[in-house]
Design a protein. Structure first.
Ligand code: ARG
Ligand code: ZN
Length: 883
């Protein structure tokens, strides 16, 4: 499994992978070493003889010298765990080829050749789920980033673009549906019980966008008429029984296609768009040209089996993959260091789409919560990297929240600075200039400068420097002038000890504290270490509202009094800023409590202020329930930990639960009333009913700590009366954290009701692994032995162990048992599926920010891992985490 990266050829031959390996560490790839590939591969023809146990692949590459690259007398075709069964050059059997690691090197003397290589692969044995693999009896592929080389030998790098012609054949009964990229050109009967299909994709694409699917599938079929009047056939392919759960995905797809035309001017470019749902998948979904392959989790939904959150996830991921057709496929990446070029931009596009489909403020708050809950910790830990990394050993480890979510924030800042209209001119120019090319982040920035008229000279630092900038804001009042003093610090990150000041676009406004009137909102770009902005006309010190709409992905330290935060929490007209003031009120209280800075008087005062603020939120008739639900949500334990230099997870947990108990008791009548009111709203998928379900869950959660018996009763009644998964799951979540017969009965009922529905059984595992129950860790141990648990299915593994690793009170058990469990999982999973295994390393990598006792125990497990024989994926994450 551990096929080392190929070292540079000693004779200085320029052929190489994406970038040349480091001479001292041949497994390290560096961005600055990029060289174009010496050969162009304008056309590829492939032939697949399909079988689950054995698939025979014939590949013919038409190659020609790349005039833009150095001369080479060989061609290097990447391979991974495959062998050439035969090699031909210009129809002559070749024997002068050699292997270099996994790669095939073939001497070539002329300027253009046809190269044929045969390979044999074993899909059923492919547990890594990269390349061609079997899932539920069907065949499917995942090629991004470097999976194509597990199917055939190829220059497997994103700057080699080819048109593909693919013939696939196999037993018709077993594989009645045969799908590939592009358009279907021919199909028919083959020998015996076989049949075949021939596909042609007219759009040149890199190998990572190749896809093939064969199996017993049924389609939800529909069509879409594009802005220029072309008819596109749409199919969502699933297993037979799943067809009734594809409606939402289809609606989401059609909405995405329309939205991309209207908002970005992007039209679809083939006559066919296929989506296939597979149950074994390492990630969420994949944007293969004309043939998106999805994790079933992001396709299948109906009200009985999917929550409102699941519905949103499907809408967002369907949009994301569809949007990649332009931001990723028509314009692709030159090399994998540019990954954020397509991912950051496409995440921004899907976020804007979802904002338009539902509540924009709520979507913004949700996105910020993900960023701060996942990306900020990444950016302050040993795995911190810029959105355009400088080096990697295994690119799969760089499909991170930094590349995706911070990448989106960086482009969003450009949009904020340019305004929507000029931003659109920038993206238009980008698509026009680079259509059909493999581009770089620098290309994007330049198109933004030229198209949107921005000067992004210093802004490029956002691509170079890792770490979350910290902005310190202080308000000074003198006569009638209010001065806002701003300063910034960018923390040191691995390999980047010194940082330069970044341009930070901050939307801010000042409120008159007596009249509640707000001055005009300003966009201030803090582009120096310090800056002061003066505002006239304030007889009294105003209240500062800063980073409105979360205009920059930074942390803000503001010298605001508790009264100011209460003021903003009650009346800031920017929904994000209002949410933020409330969060800060709670974070300050919990931080002080955890650090032992609260005497009982200060504690009471703080609790009362928070209670009043929440009470106002509960009573505010101008809020819709969806926004109310956001405002009621307490900051997560992880987020609180992130605000502390060194965190004691047990204390954070105890204080947060304690505060919730106080609030639950203080506002018990209000929460019960809220639950009653919301329970009277009948089920529907409209915003009002969804909001009602959201606040219902919040009410139960507060009551679970404030009055557990009452909450258990209410939750059990909600569980039994539920006519949808959202209500059923939120009730079960609360019950799973409590003790009593209701817990046992509801868990048994849920399991029996949904036995056989893998996605819902995943929820059953995840609810128990993320529960507040004091014996959660023991529950997880027992569940690992459940007959439905398997290491072979990534969704199942994540549902048990990711949920557990994200559940601080269980994962951070004082004796280190949680750390040992995750390390054991990594060791067991790594030989089966290294990509998924390596994703469990980051939770252990937080050791530097945890109190000394636990920190040592976490480190111990990392060292135990480091001593083991690990995949390249996991080894890289472990060694960076120990750093
Ligand atoms: N490009 C895909 C997406 O963002 C992710 C594929 C990642 N695959 C991988 N093996 N790392 O939708
Ligand atoms: Zn993507």
């Amino acid at each position: 499994m551990d096929i080392a990266r190929t070292p540079a050829t000693p004779d200085g031959n320029p052929e190489m992978a994406d970038a040349a390996p480091d001479p001292v560490d041949p497994a390290l790839f560096r961005r600055k070493d990029y060289r174009p590939f010496p050969w162009l591969v304008p056309e590829v023809a492939m032939d697949f003889a399909l079988g689950l146990e054995r698939t025979d692949v014939t590949t013919v590459l038409r190659v020609a010298r790349n005039p833009a690259a150095e001369h080479a007398d060989t061609i290097r075709l990447n391979g991974d765990e495959i062998e050439p069964a035969g090699v031909w050059v210009d129809d002559e059997p070749a024997s002068d080829w050699r292997m270099d690691g996994g790669d095939l090197i073939i001497p070539l003397s002329g300027d253009a050749h046809d190269i044929r290589v045969d390979t044999v692969v074993a899909p059923s044995a492919n547990t890594k789920l990269m390349g061609l693999y079997a899932s539920d009896g069907m065949l499917c592929t995942q090629c991004e980033s470097e999976g194509f080389r597990r199917i055939t030998f190829f220059p497997d790098r994103p700057d080699v673009l080819s048109t593909y012609r693919v013939r696939m054949a196999g037993p018709k009964a077993q594989f009645p549906v045969l799908l590939c990229n592009g358009n279907l050109e021919a199909e028919g009967a083959g020998e015996g019980d076989h049949h075949f299909a021939e596909w042609h994709d007219p759009w040149p694409k890199p190998s990572y966008l190749f896809a093939l699917v064969a199996g017993q599938l049924v389609a939800n079929s529909d069509s879409f008429t594009t802005m220029s009047g072309r008819e596109v056939a749409l199919n969502i392919w699933v297993r037979d029984g799943d067809l009734p759960r594809t409606g939402h995905a289809m609606e989401s797809l059609k909405k995405s296609m329309r939205w991309d035309e209207e908002v970005f001017g992007r039209e679809y470019d083939l006559d066919l768009f296929n989506v296939v749902a597979v149950s074994d998948f390492n990630m969420g979904a994949m944007e293969n040209k004309g043939l998106n392959v999805f994790n079933t989790k992001y396709v299948l939904a109906d009200e009985d089996t999917a929550t409102d959150g699941d519905f949103d996830g499907i809408e967002g991921v369907i949009a994301h993959e569809y949007f990649h057709n332009w931001s990723g496929n028509r314009v692709t990446c030159r090399d994998w260091f540019q990954l954020s070029l397509k991912e950051g931009f496409t995440v921004l596009r899907d976020q804007l789409f979802s904002q338009d489909m539902g509540s924009a403020p709520v979507k913004r708050i949700e996105d910020v919560r993900v960023l701060r809950g996942v990306q900020f910790p990444e950016d302050s830990g040993p795995l911190a990297h810029p959105i355009r990394p400088d080096s990697y050993k295994e690119i799969s480890n760089f499909y991170t929240s930094t590349i995706y979510n911070k990448g989106a924030e960086v482009i969003r800042m450009m949009r904020t600075m340019a305004g929507e209209q000029r931003f659109r001119q920038g993206t238009d120019l980008y698509f026009e200039r680079h259509d059909g090319e493999a581009a770089t982040c620098e290309d994007f920035v330049r198109a933004m400068e030229d198209g949107a008229g921005l000067d992004l000279g210093q802004f490029r630092l956002w691509y170079e420097q890792a770490g979350t900038p910290r902005v310190i804001a202080r308000l000074e009042h003198d006569g009638t002038t209010a001065k806002v003093h701003l300063s910034q610090e960018v923390p040191a990150t691995p390999g980047q000890p010194h940082k330069r000041p970044m341009p930070i676009p901050l939307k801010l406004a000042l409120f008159d504290r007596d009249t509640y009137e707000r001055g005009e909102e300003q966009l201030v770009v803090l582009d120096e270490a310090q800056k002061t902005i003066a505002f006239g006309g304030f007889a009294e010190t105003p209240v500062l509202s800063i980073n409105r709409g979360f205009s920059a992905p930074v942390t803000i330290a503001r010298e605001a009094s508790r009264d100011d935060l209460v003021f903003l929490a009650a009346r800031d007209d920017d929904p994000f800023a209002r949410y933020e003031a409330l969060q800060e009120l709670v974070v300050r209280q919990l931080k002080d409590a955890v650090e032992g800075k609260l005497d009982s008087e200060a504690r009471d005062k703080g609790e009362l202020a928070i209670g009043d603020a929440l009470s106002a939120v509960l009573a505010d008739g101008n809020l819709d329930d969806s926004m109310r639900g956001e405002l009621l949500l307490l900051p997560s334990e992880g987020y609180i930990a992130e605000t502390l230099a060194v965190a004691d997870p047990a204390r954070i947990h105890a204080e947060r639960r304690g505060l919730r108990a106080v609030l639950g008791r203080m506002l018990e009548a209000e929460f019960v009333a809220l639950h009653d009111r919301a329970s009277a709203v009948p089920f529907s998928l409209d915003a009002e009913a969804r909001g009602a379900r959201k606040v219902k869950a919040q009410a139960l959660v507060y009551l679970a700590d404030g009055n557990p018996e009452r909450s258990a009763e209410m939750a059990f009644a909600q569980y039994q009366g539920a006519d949808n998964m959202t209500d059923r799951q939120s009730a079960l979540m609360v019950l799973t954290g409590l003790d009593g017969v209701e817990r046992t009965n509801a868990l048994i009922d849920f399991y029996n009701r949904y036995q056989g529905n893998a996605l819902v059984i995943d929820k059953w595992f995840a609810l128990q692994a993320s529960s507040m129950h004091p014996h959660c860790l023991e529950h997880v141990k027992a569940l690992a032995g459940h007959r439905d648990f398997t290491l072979k299915n990534p969704n199942r593994v994540r549902s048990l162990y990711m949920a557990f690793a994200a559940n601080p009170h269980a994962f951070h058990a004082a004796d280190g048992e949680g750390y040992r469990m995750i390390a054991n999982l990594i060791l067991a999973l790594d030989p089966i599926n290294p990509q998924t295994a390596s994703r469990f390393v980051p939770p252990l990598g937080r050791w530097r920010r945890i109190e000394p006792g636990r920190s040592a125990l976490m480190r111990e497990q990392l060292e135990r891992l480091a001593a083991a024989d690990l995949s390249r994926d996991t080894a890289e994450q472990v060694s960076r985490s120990l750093g």
